[in-house]
Design a protein around this ligand. Structure first.
Ligand code: CMC
Length: 507
């Protein structure tokens, strides 16, 4: 840890003085926005020490190690700011609480992508473009029907975004030239228009694809996105619509319930962006090699799906169901502390206090429960929440509820199947992803491929051993050989029979 100089000796200089104790050389590292450039350290070189391996490349400059990106900034962004110690989240400077209360999801989407809250005419243009791009080629029906009957909707949605890219050759830098989008940064209006068209498509079709993934499992026909509804109303309609003439009726008889549509709109606003989370990073990482944006969004879906990220809302409900009732909460928390179980919906890389979105969600939950009735799982959730917040294990690690702790309860109350919850996260997050992607494409300094480094700890150079001379004896440790797996149903049945004591000798 650094030693503090006396105030009299302190002359403010935006730099860091570093001494390399291997060589005695001193370096001055510039500080910009309270960050130091990792690449500077590449210039700090030394002769290899006695313990260095050739693969450490000591003479070629120091590397910066940051497993899991704990403290690495990868982009300059003007979109979202999180102050995790104080529970603050702002989109383009606006506090999330104000946006959730006063703006619609598409208004917030405009803000995230274009940097300012839209005027009425800007909002109307953006809304009509997004909704106009909702319908999808009828061939997509065959695509969705090709999945197995019990496919997870996230598998379908992830594939669907990549599939969508196959329709739009004009959005593919591999076909049109690699500066297809990046030339927008130099003021090319056609490139900018092309980029925005893909953005309208991605946001407009996100609900269509999600609804198709939902309906295919219900054995229902697909629905053309309706007109005359908001983005979230249209989504609910596409999920639930039954009669082919619904949308023609004057009264819109099965227009979604206003409280539920409003609740979903707020949830979408809360999920629209969250700066450099795992999936946005994945979208940018993928986007940095300049594929079409549909492929980048598909990669984002895959990243979001995991239970540590957007799959946590599904994991929370599975966890609450497994706990069963408030009386089982203490035993569950003990198992978490022994690292036998995971407390889903708690903890966050950035927030070291309650996630500000979780307070807004709890208010929304009350409004939803007033319509749908109270979910009995809520009692277990409350008991778990209260007990964890009083327990030193969680308090000392600054583990507090995140957005996913509550969102699943609302989705469940609204009648969504559990495995659809991550989809309800993806749909709004497409907006954040495209906002970051667009910002990167418009970067005045161009797009740099995201290609991190590694610390290679594997074998140094060694000579090839012919097959008949290999013993396999040096392969020690977990996962050093392919696992032995059973293949046929016959093998499985034989094992069952053995277990039941019906087969005494090995066949
Ligand atoms: N339950 C129990 N212990 C936890 C939890 C948890 N949910 N989260 C973190 N810890 C412990 C962790 O074991 C570690 O303890 P120790 O220092 O003794 O080893 C300490 O807290 C620090 O945690 P970490 O693993 O270094 O934290 P991280 O920043 O690498 O991981 C996280 C963040 C969100 C992946 C993690 O907190 C977690 O797995 N939470 C549960 C999954 C979840 O709710 N994810 C949704 C995140 S919010 C929505 C989104 O943006 O996706």
């Amino acid at each position: 840890m650094g030693k503090q100089l006396p105030a009299s000796e302190l002359k403010r200089d935006e730099s860091l003085r570093v001494v390399d104790n291997r060589t005695g050389k001193e370096y001055t590292v510039p500080i910009t926005h309270n960050s130091i450039p990792a690449n500077f350290f590449k210039g700090i070189r030394a002769a290899p020490g006695p313990n260095d391996r050739p693969e450490d490349e000591t003479e070629r400059g120091l590397r910066v190690a940051d497993r899991g990106f704990l403290n690495t900034t990868v982009i300059e962004s003007r979109i979202t700011y999180i102050d995790g110690d104080n529970g603050i989240l702002r989109y383009r400077g606006y506090p999330i609480e104000q946006l959730a209360e006063r703006s619609s999801f598409l208004e917030v989407s405009y803000l995230l992508i274009y940097g300012a809250l839209p005027s009425p005419s800007q909002l109307s243009h953006f809304t009509s473009e997004v909704l106009l791009h909702g319908p999808i080629h009828s061939d997509a029906e065959g695509f969705f029907r090709s999945f197995r009957y019990d496919a997870h909707p996230m598998s379908m949605l992830t594939s669907a975004f990549a599939y969508l890219g196959s329709y739009y050759g004009e959005a593919n830098p591999s076909l049109q030239g690699q500066d297809l989008f990046t030339k927008a940064a130099k003021g090319d209006p056609v490139a900018l228009q092309n980029m925005d068209r893909q953005i309208f498509r991605l946001i407009g079709k996100a609900t269509t694809l999600a609804a198709m993934a939902y309906r295919v499992r219900q054995g229902r026909d697909f629905v053309v996105p309706p007109t005359g509804m908001s983005y979230t109303e249209s989504f609910l309609y596409q999920l639930d619509h039954l009669s082919p003439t619904d949308h023609l009726s004057e009264s819109h008889s099965n227009k979604p319930h206003p409280v539920l549509a409003k609740a979903l709109d707020i949830l979408f606003t809360l999920h629209a962006d969250h700066e450099m989370n795992a999936s946005s990073t994945t979208v940018l990482q993928t986007g940095s090699s300049l594929p079409d944006p549909f492929s980048a969004v598909a990669a984002g879906c895959a990243s979001l799906y995991g239970p540590l990220h957007g799959g946590a809302n599904e994991a929370v409900i599975r966890m609450l169901l497994s706990i069963g009732s408030p009386k089982n909460v203490p035993a569950f928390l003990d198992a978490v502390k022994k690292r036998q179980k995971v407390l889903s919906g708690f903890g966050h890389r950035v927030y070291k206090t309650s996630d500000p979105r979780s307070f807004i969600i709890r208010k929304v939950a009350d409004e939803v429960f007033a319509v749908t009735g109270r979910d009995p799982l809520l009692d277990t959730a409350m008991a778990l929440h209260d007990a964890a917040l009083k327990d030193d294990y969680f308090v000392s690690r600054k583990l507090a509820p995140n957005v996913d702790f509550w969102s699943g309860l609302i989705y469940r109350a609204m009648g969504f199947p559990m495995d659809f919850f991550p989809v309800l996260f993806v749909v709004p997050r497409v907006v954040g992803w495209v906002a970051h992607w667009r910002q990167m494409m418009l970067s005045p300094s161009g797009v740099k491929i995201w290609r991190p480094r590694q610390l290679y700890l594997g074998p140094s150079t060694r000579d090839y051993v012919p097959l008949d001379e290999r013993t396999g004896a040096f392969q020690v440790g977990v996962g050093m050989e392919p696992s032995v797996i059973e293949h046929s149903g016959m093998t499985k049945r034989r094992k069952l029979a053995e277990a039941a004591g019906k087969v005494t000798s090995k066949l």
